[in-house]
Design a protein around this ligand. Structure first.
Ligand code: AMP
Ligand code: MG
Length: 392
């Protein structure tokens, strides 16, 4: 099956989870479930942008002496007024006294007892932050489907908003399979290797903002795999690695059938990642990723990531990988009949393949920040204009 058809089938099977209201501080990377309109204007009131003196601008030229009649700190509105010939000591963020239309920076004044001398010509409106100049009450400040970023959280907090309605929490189970795998930290027996996919997939999932509720490792034994599949099926999504190919020890496909899961697709024309499978059990979307680490990474980006984003409430136009134009730093050739995703580095607009392009070779992947899609039998020459994909 072609990649596009596989993704379309997967996306047909996953729908956004019900929205929920959560504390603003917990909402980073979630998707807003509804439009938000500003409850208040920002700034909330006319206030001073500087430590200095509130004055009447047209009574101030360089050399003017003003009587300092009072002080207006931040945090309380003392309801003061100022007239021509007078100044009120004021601090950053403090409400501008009635009658004042400018603030003179303290650096532009000389203190002379209870008076100040102004050393500059004062412009009307100078260093006054006007009420509503940034945000007007009622204005839309966040649209449904937008991702909540740290700066969004800052804005909503400044609006006094404590809770926000976002897409549902996506709960994910991760299962790795393979007799040859030992946990990092364990002592390796001859022939064993360290199990790395669950760490990789967990990091990728959490970076997307989903909740990984379990990480399980299974030997290549049908009963163990069935038990893990049954336990994970309570989640919204399950990401299984290894055991999805055609070997005698590739038991995941059969185990899915045995636990009553429905296999939707198996094998996609991408390199790396051909043995990828997708199925579902009840509400759980089940992704079977090839065991080779780079295959697991690429199929996560191509198929799991968009599905997780949709479950989280992302709009359709936010499901694809970010794409940027680049020039090729080297010739690239795809000898296979499948689409090949080449890993490499984009720097200063130039994409250069990096490291070994084999599906077990993690080092090159670890140094890469982009992938290039090369069509079957396609040859791309150094200097060619291409679009590459990144994953943030
Ligand atoms: P499989 O898809 O199970 O046939 O595995 C393909 C290759 O990926 C084999 O070399 C496995 O040892 C390796 N592999 C499978 N699962 C993992 C894993 N979780 N971590 C690291 N390597 C793995
Ligand atoms: Mg295996």
């Amino acid at each position: 099956m072609q990649q596009e058809e596989a993704l379309a089938r997967i996306l047909q099977e996953v729908q956004p989870l019900p929205a929920r209201s959560i504390a603003l501080a917990d909402a980073v990377d979630c998707f807003a479930a509804s439009d938000i309109f500003a409850p208040v204007s920002l700034p909330l009131f006319d206030n001073s942008a500087m430590d200095g003196y509130a004055v009447v601008a047209n009574s101030c030229v360089a050399g003017t002496r003003l009587a300092v009649i009072d002080e207006q700190p931040a945090g309380i509105d003392r309801g003061l007024s100022v007239a021509p010939g007078e100044a009120i000591r004021i601090f950053t963020g403090a409400p501008v006294p009635r009658g004042a239309d400018a603030i003179v920076m303290q650096e532009d004044t000389t203190v002379a007892g209870s008076e100040i001398v102004i050393n500059v010509t004062v412009e009307q409106g100078e260093f006054v932050r006007r009420r509503g100049a940034d945000v007007v009450a009622g204005q839309k400040i966040l649209s449904a489907g937008e991702r909540v970023r740290p700066a969004t959280i800052g804005l909503l907090a400044a609006q006094g908003i404590a809770d926000v309605t976002v897409g549902g929490e996506v709960r994910v189970a991760i299962i790795s399979t393979g007799d040859e795998l030992a946990a990092p930290g364990a002592v390796l027996q001859p022939g064993q290797i360290y199990e790395s996919n669950s760490s990789l997939l967990r990091a990728l999932s959490e970076k997307r903002g989903v909740k990984v509720v379990s990480v399980t490792h299974c030997p290549d034994r049908a009963d163990a795999i069935r038990a893990a599949l049954r336990a994970g099926a309570a989640c919204d999504a399950m990401i299984i690695s290894g055991g999805v190919s055609v070997g005698a020890r590739d038991l995941v496909k059969a185990a899915l059938a045995q636990v009553g899961a429905e296999l939707q697709l198996w094998r996609v024309a991408v390199k790396p990642g051909k043995p990828f499978l997708f199925g579902r059990a009840g509400q759980c979307a089940m992704f079977g990723l090839p065991g080779n680490p780079v295959s697991a990474f690429v199929t996560f980006l191509l198929f799991v990531r968009p599905a997780l984003l949709r479950l989280m409430g992302a709009p359709d136009d936010a499901l694809s990988l970010p794409s940027v134009p680049a020039r090729l730093g080297a010739d690239v050739q795809n000898d296979s009949e499948r689409v090949h995703y080449i890993r490499g580095v984009i720097a200063a607009g130039i994409f250069t393949p990096f490291g070994r392009q084999e599906s077990h070779a993690l080092f090159g992947l670890s140094r890469s920040n982009a992938i290039l899609k090369v069509g079957p039998a396609e040859l791309l020459a150094e200097g060619a204009e291409v679009n590459i994909f990144t994953w943030g």
